[in-house]
Design a protein around this ligand. Structure first.
Ligand code: KG4
Ligand code: ZN
Length: 335
């Protein structure tokens, strides 16, 4: 089965060709129109997807020997995400599916992130613990099998990537700022001006807004005292507290649920300290740690085509093809 897959839930426009679970080619563009605004502007995102999709589709096909007639299905993200952006992607995909007389496959964005590690690492042993950290989501999910998910932890406020973006914006970095905060933080001393570690309780939920406020107060102190040269230390303290919180929740979840593998996915799973600490945690828990390379961590169409194929393989009935779902709880998929 060969799928043409489309991802347009937020500010990445991406098209991939996926053959039997193997990504043959993928074209992903992170939209630059949002940079001056310090965050994603929904209307601009939708317009930008509209501009990009035809070209990316042509380029993706050109990267293979295939023609439109070789495709067996067209898949697209139907939610959750920005409504205007989802409508552009789903309409484009459905129009193409009608034109080539092939079926359309609706994909849940979070479900696709959870399985994305399999693209490069092969089948992950079940049940596995999925940590999804991105600009829009921070979730701990026990993945029992395809379409069988238990959400065991989620954020009460900001997503991890969102907190990085806000701290980065305050520090004068361009949006999205996660990668730059990560880089600068690794040059600082996290102990020089420590920040509190959020949510030190028993729950598996997350919260980053208090840490963000603590960062803001210390940042203002640095500005008033003309000590901005110490910004890397403050960023290192932020990174240390945020990552410690995520890793200690993940450790508690492993103890409580004894999964057979740990998977980290989503754009913020590219974080260097997080990857290092999760890898150590998995080693000490004697389970494999699997995480996609950065192109499959961020929003991408490869994971959309992959999960469409996986659903077809498992004989899951076609559903959700007539709408987009801006808010679409993962648990609603479980049956
Ligand atoms: O998954 P993704 O591409 O899009 C969303 O669904 O949000 O994730 C993008 C997010 C942004 O918030 C970005 O700042 C963050 O991932 N990010 C990072 C790093 N690289 C990207 N956050 C922390 N450390 C990084 N190295
Ligand atoms: Zn995402």
């Amino acid at each position: 089965m060969i799928y043409l897959a489309i991802e347009t839930s937020c500010d990445e426009s991406s098209v991939a060709i996926v053959d039997g679970g193997r990504v043959l080619t993928m074209q992903t563009v992170t939209q630059s129109v949002h940079r001056p605004y310090g965050g994603v502007v929904p209307e601009l995102a939708g317009r930008s997807h509209l501009e990009l999709l035809s070209r990316l589709t042509r380029q993706a096909l050109a990267g293979t020997e295939l023609k439109f007639s070789s495709l067996n299905a067209v898949a697209a993200t139907s939610g959750p995400g920005l409504v205007g952006s989802l409508l552009v992607g789903v309409n484009f995909a459905r129009g193409l599916a009608v034109a080539i007389q092939k079926p359309f496959r609706s994909v849940h964005h979070i479900e696709a992130h959870l399985w994305s590690a399999e693209i490069e690492h092969g089948e992950v042993p079940l049940p596995f613990l999925g940590l999804l950290v991105s600009g829009g989501h921070t979730l701990l999910v026990l993945v029992n099998s395809i379409r069988q998910y238990d959400v065991i932890g989620e954020t009460h406020d900001d997503a991890l990537g969102e907190a990085y973006d806000k701290v980065g914006k305050l520090s004068g970095f361009e949006f999205p700022a996660g990668a730059e905060v990560d880089k600068k933080a690794s040059t600082g001393d996290a102990k020089a001006m420590p920040l509190p570690v959020p949510m030190g309780d028993q729950s598996l939920d997350f919260s980053f807004s208090g840490l963000k406020t603590a960062f803001l107060l210390r940042y203002q102190e640095l500005v008033h005292q003309n000590r901005l040269s110490q910004l890397p230390d403050l960023l290192a303290a932020f990174q240390h507290s945020a990552v410690t919180s995520v890793v200690s929740k993940t450790a508690s979840a492993i103890l409580r649920y004894s999964p057979r593998a740990l998977v980290a996915a989503g754009g913020a799973a590219a974080n260097s300290l997080l990857r290092e600490k999760l890898s150590t945690l998995a080693k000490s828990s004697q389970i494999p740690f699997l995480t996609p390379s950065i192109r499959y961590c961020m929003d991408n169409a490869g994971m959309i085509g992959y999960v469409a194929w996986k659903l077809d393989q498992s004989g899951t009935q076609v559903q959700f093809e007539n709408q987009v779902y801006p808010r679409w709880p993962l648990v609603s998929l479980s049956h």
